[in-house]
Ligand binder design. Sequence first.
Ligand code: GLA
Length: 392
Amino acid sequence: MQEKMAMIKEFRQLYGGSPTGLAYAPGRLEILGNHTDYNQGVVLSAAIDRGTFFALSPVGQGGDGVCRIHDLRSGDTVEFRLDQLEHPQAGDWANYVKGVIVELHKRGATVPPFQAAIRSTIPLSAGMSSSAALEMAAALALCKLAGLSLSTLELARIGQSCENNYVGARTGLMDQITSLNGRADHLVFSDFRSLAVTPVPMPSGVALIVANSMVKHVLTGAYNERRIRCEEAVAELARHWPGVQALRDVTRQQLDEYRPQLDATTYRRALHVVGENERVFAGIKALRRQDLEAFGGLLFASHESSRVNFENSCPELDALVELGKSLPGIVGARLSGGGFGGISVHLVRQEQAAEFARRLAAAWQSRTGRALDPIICRAADGGRLLEVAPDA
Ligand code: GLA
């Protein structure tokens, strides 16, 4: 792996020796199943061939007890002491590492002072989970440093707790689970009630094309509000029907039966989640019978439900989906991830992918006057520790 060698070389130049721990974790795309994870629902997602490396070594006795992380992409270095992690710094990317350390400490681990470097190819704040990739790469490398061996589920939970408790975004487990469980040329089917994760072969002959709306999506405001709405819907439905613990328990018929008890907005929010669960199950069936058209139709329906029911789209994402829909080769398209900005994902016939990307960029340019650089992604393997050959 060329990128791995480049990472090790840069680490050596920076700190004068090889890293003792090196991990890699990819970004992810959400393919179907929007805002279902924290509702104990189901998701089809994919780890992608863009990710984050985290390399580290202990600073040892002679050090000043300060941890350093250097970001090779931006050139920033962040320094902090391990006994001063109580308060996250607003807007600091290192919060995703500090929050992981706090969670490791809660689990009884002792992380010694370290020096680290990161290198990422995932666009930031775009909706491809650059933060989860950083958390998972850091968690893998820090566990190695602390001599701790954790399951992928526990590692994913550490990342989620970092988001929930340290960063303040009440996100679900999907980003971290996907980043760790990705498999080349497969989608990841996750059930967030049983926490079972199953690989599903990518349909052959299609490419995943990602377009960045460049509307920064921040998952602390509207995202948390949507989550509260879902909880309100559950509380109201449970008053009439005690079996309901999460929106996962609710069918469309049941939701319609109780519609008069819900206010109109709460109903639409719940309908989105219930509909997304249905679409994931329908999507898996469509893939099994190799019905690409039906699968693509579910992606469009998902976007429409985001736009109308969950209201987590934005004019730029709507435009990307609409423009993509009119181009040759399109199978389906939707917003991907939390929404409120970020990316759209387009499923496109492989042989038309390059031309599709070119035409989407041209259509976007003439509609908005702005440049667009669509990324053709592959479904890739998940996060892991990497071997580092000893210094020569
Ligand atoms: C973000 C969150 C995930 C999930 C998606 C929406 O990516 O981090 O947990 O809720 O939004 O499906």
